[in-house]
Design a binder for this molecule. Structure first.
Ligand code: ADP
Ligand code: MG
Length: 383
């Protein structure tokens, strides 16, 4: 298939104005594109960086038609954007990913069915739609984790359940909405793989990322994925590419994986957009996940990104803006930036709150050990 590349100077559209959109705006502008963002928040991080901010809801018919008339192509940075909004845009312009693909990623049950279609194993699970389904659940899935099928993120919408009684009450607590119950697995490590697939089927992937979560939120990412056998990393990349190809996905897709203590690799969930675990690629790779998103949207060739520096990424949550007494403070950025290899990214959010993603710090080094040592120092400086 011959790609119809968009010329620099043309407009690209972004649904969602968060930090992922902001970094995509930066990448698009570096390539000479102009960007219009739809987001209801007057002070949204991407809206502030964009050439035009349409301050409206993601399903606002007027804003969507403005975006469609101005832009040649559009994407999303927000997983829970209504698929119908993407479909509305697709009537007039190129949209990547497609609404139908985003809809799969919005529903854990559909996501797991998609993994199965691609021949990629995932956690043993059951889809629970009613309290009666809870009562009939296979005992082999307990103890387990009950997750709402839709709208969960950063560990929200999840309950650990030890037995059938806890399952029934957790299902009610989560609002009697469709859920997925997964067996609680003995995890040895968590990985993620970001792939980008073009309209012509060309597919590339970032190196495998190793992730650590604290309180359900990503805390740290290391690349190369320390302590993970190369063969397992190749397997994760092949599985991620198989998943993207199986639903003819176009754009950037992130697949999260579990490595079990017995060495097995299982797909966990996926995000139809750049991912927090891929932020290191801005500073450590020849091409970032955001440039890949822009290239896929603009139908430009997709380069295979090359890691040029080992990297450690630390998420900067709003907690860092408060001292032990809960008083507001400003982290000591000068001390952080004095560390060799430190690359600071702040998202322009003025209202820090505990757990809120305010920025990230990527520390690059000549070796993985050096990057890790500098990142530990940065964490100490940040307190
Ligand atoms: P979220 O959308 O919140 O990221 P995840 O499904 O990725 O939801 O779950 C969040 C975290 O909870 C995972 O990164 C992992 O640490 C843990 N977790 C999730 N599912 C399981 C499971 N089946 N067994 C063990 N730990 C799990
Ligand atoms: Mg997750």
């Amino acid at each position: 298939m011959k790609l119809q590349a968009l010329h620099p100077g043309e407009w690209l559209g972004m649904l969602g104005g968060g930090q992922l959109g902001r970094m995509a705006v930066h990448a698009a502008q570096a390539l000479g594109y102009r960007v219009a963002v739809i987001d209801p928040d007057k002070h949204s991080p991407a809206g502030a960086a964009a050439d035009e901010h349409l301050q409206a809801g993601y399903d606002d018919a007027h804003a969507l038609s403005q975006l469609a008339s101005r832009c040649a192509a559009a994407s999303t940075e927000f997983e829970n954007v209504p698929a119908s909004s993407l479909e509305r845009l697709a009537q007039d312009i190129d949209v990547a990913p497609a609404g139908a693909a985003v809809a799969v990623c919005q529903d854990r049950a559909a996501e797991k069915a998609q993994f199965a279609k691609a021949g990629v194993p995932c956690a043993p699970h059951a889809v629970l739609r009613t309290a009666a389904d809870c009562a009939a659940v296979d005992a082999a899935l307990l103890p387990g984790i009950l997750k709402t099928a839709r709208m969960g993120y950063d560990g929200k919408g999840q309950r650990r359940v030890a037995d059938a009684a806890e399952l029934t009450s957790a299902f009610a607590e989560l609002g009697n909405v469709p859920c997925v119950l997964e067996a609680l697995l003995p995890l040895a490590a968590e990985l993620s793989v970001i792939v980008a697939r073009g309209r012509d089927g060309q597919i590339v992937s970032l190196p495998v990322q190793r992730n650590w979560h604290v309180g359900g939120i990503l805390a740290t990412t290391a690349v190369p994925a320390s302590g993970i056998a190369p063969a397992l990393q190749v397997q994760a990349q092949q599985q991620a590419q198989a998943i993207a190809a199986a639903f003819e996905y176009v754009g950037v897709l992130c697949i999260e994986f579990f490595v079990l203590q017995d060495g097995r690799l299982l797909a966990n969930e996926m995000a139809p957009r750049p991912h927090n675990s891929g932020h290191y690629s801005i500073d450590a790779c020849s091409h970032s996940q955001f440039e890949l998103q822009v290239r896929a949207m603009a139908q430009l060739p997709l380069p295979q990104p090359r890691l040029h520096s080992p990297a450690f990424m630390l998420n900067l949550l709003g907690d860092l803006w408060f001292d032990a007494q809960g008083q507001r403070r400003e982290p000591d950025w000068s001390a952080v930036l004095a560390l060799p290899g430190a690359h600071l990214h702040l998202y322009g959010k003025t209202d820090p709150r505990p757990g809120r993603k305010m920025g990230h710090l990527t520390v690059t080094g000549a070796s993985a050990d050096e990057a890790r040592a500098q990142a530990l120092q940065a964490a100490q400086v940040l307190g």
